[in-house]
Design a protein around this ligand. Structure first.
Ligand SMILES: [Zn+2]
Length: 213
């Protein structure tokens, strides 16, 4: 799951009282933003395994701190509380907590049973939709399409070209993920995953107030 996560972020962004799209994007991808850092630090691990599922060449061997159910709940609470602390916006913090959790739920639907329940448990779960490429693609594109449409229809929509370029960019990256050969190395995977911060900056740019001059 890649652009489906962003679909949920776009979907959640309806009115001005809510956190910015950039913060929504951090929330929906928080687990995948933490994960490459832990991989590069040698705390979590993966391997290149062509055909691991029909839609990914990656074998997520060990990622209980970024991707277990228990830790996803912890990250949700921490992220929501941090936002509450800085903004006193209760509704926004609840939505952000739910968005962090939405990542785990979508990963649970798509990953094969490689998602740990907790760092202290050997039980792993996952429904494996990645082995059903047509269904997975329909789900993911629908989430993204509905999210992009609702965001486009929201009253505070601005920066049209920046927004449509982002939509196009995410669709291209998604296609490349699906069609590209296995990545050259684990380090390359982790570094390219860090590029997801670019999408956060892009979302910030879309909603940035125009300068007065
Ligand atoms: Zn993930």
């Amino acid at each position: 799951m890649f652009i489906g996560h962003y679909g949920i972020g776009l979907l959640a962004k309806k009115n001005k009282q809510l956190p910015s799209l950039a913060i929504m994007f951090i929330a929906v991808q928080l687990l995948d933003l933490i994960w490459p850092i832990l991989v590069l630090l040698g705390i979590e691990s993966l391997s290149i395994d062509p055909g691991n599922t029909k839609l990914t060449h990656l074998n997520f061997e060990f990622y209980p701190y970024s991707h277990s159910l228990f830790m996803a709940l912890m990250w949700s609470i921490i992220f929501g509380l941090c936002y509450l602390l800085f903004t006193k916006n209760k509704k926004g913090s609840l939505i952000l907590g739910a968005l962090v959790m939405s990542h785990w739920i979508l990963d649970f639907i798509t990953h094969r049973p490689d998602l740990p329940i907790a760092p202290f448990s050997d039980l792993k779960v996952g429904l494996g939709l990645w082995n059903y490429p047509v269904l997975e693609t329909i789900l993911e594109l629908s989430l993204f399409g509905i999210g992009a449409f609702l965001y486009f229809k929201s009253p505070n929509f601005k920066r049209k070209i920046a927004f449509w370029l982002l939509v196009l960019f995410l669709l291209i990256v998604h296609m490349m993920n699906l069609l590209s050969p296995p990545p050259p190395s684990v380090v390359a995977v982790a570094w390219s995953a860090n590029l997801m911060w670019l999408i956060v900056i892009w979302a910030w740019w879309i909603e940035k107030k125009p300068s007065s001059n």
